[in-house]
Design a binder for this molecule. Structure first.
Ligand SMILES: [Zn+2]
Length: 296
């Protein structure tokens, strides 16, 4: 079964929902860095949170969820594209002793949600103080202040998978019932899920388990995956940005330039020949004299 996101509607509660399940994407995200357990737990939560956020906000481009603070974990970042490609990482200076937000990120950490559109639209950035017991609390507060909709989030993370559930009261103009209790009821039923059920039960079974007395409509699943957006072209652009002189200086010293992507560990290498090719279209450029003969 591929990693996926699934939208559903609990019609009898006027609640919409999203469920996300990451197996391979989560394993790929952890394959490159050996995270301490408390760091991996919150990074897994951030992965599913970003996947859920991206499913509820309309955008065409890249959504970035980032936490920065003065604490043990100084940065945590997860990016997701509108078509469900995720990448992310966390950096820590000391292993957090526990899982509270203060133990993880220190006092006065900030959660930023940013959206960069591929074309046209203005970039968006929302910053909120990282408050509450957990990352799900902080993101719930973000939702409630930005969209003014009652929201519930719950996450489950293990070494091999991460899953998340989002429930949101429908906006007033989309409500079909006069049932103030619907959202509360939907949340109470979801809260009965154990981590094991969240991680291992098939989504249809999970929804049936909680909502068999409600009217639920399930939409088609969308696939999601760990995929990095780095590329040779982007690194080319970065080196062109640094400029010919700087690039030549580095090559003088090191003979080869190596750029490693922090997210996926892919290494891009440039020697003198590559640099010449890269800058050959630049006005005023003269090929370096020590270009080895590469033959014809
Ligand atoms: Zn990469």
């Amino acid at each position: 079964m591929k990693d996926f996101r699934q939208r559903f509607l609990i019609e009898s509660c006027d609640v919409r929902g999203q469920y996300i399940k990451l197996d391979k994407a989560w394993q790929d995200a952890c394959a490159r860095i050996e995270y301490p357990e408390s760091v991996s737990q919150v990074l897994g939560e951030a992965f599913v949170a970003a996947g859920l956020l991206a499913a509820t906000i309309k955008f065409d481009g890249k959504l970035t969820l980032q936490v920065r603070g003065p604490g043990n974990i100084h940065i945590l970042v997860v990016q997701v594209t509108n078509d469900g490609n995720l990448r992310g990482l966390a950096r820590w200076q000391a292993i957090p002793p526990g899982n509270s937000l203060t133990e993880l990120f220190g006092q006065e950490a900030q959660l930023t949600i940013a959206i960069e559109a591929t074309r046209g639209a203005e970039p968006y950035q929302g910053i909120v103080a990282l408050e509450g017991e957990s990352l799900s609390d902080a993101i719930r507060q973000y939702f409630e202040s930005s969209e003014q909709l009652k929201t519930h989030l719950q996450f489950a993370v293990s070494e091999h998978s991460a899953s998340g559930l989002l429930l949101q009261a429908l906006p007033a103009d989309a409500k079909t019932l006069d049932d103030e209790d619907g959202f509360t009821r939907a949340v109470a039923l979801a809260e009965s899920f154990s981590d094991d059920e969240m991680l291992n039960k098939d989504v249809d079974r999970l929804l049936h388990l909680a909502y068999h007395q409600e009217v639920v409509r399930v939409f088609d699943a969308e696939s999601v995956a760990f995929q990095c957006s780095c590329s040779r072209e982007r690194i080319d652009g970065m080196l062109q940005g640094i400029g010919l002189k700087e690039v030549n200086d580095i090559l003088e010293e090191q003979k080869i330039i190596e750029v490693t992507c922090e997210f996926c560990d892919e290494t891009y290498r440039y020697d003198r020949v590559d640099a010449d090719a890269l800058f050959s279209a630049t006005p005023g450029y003269e090929a370096s004299s020590d270009v080895p003969d590469v033959g014809h």
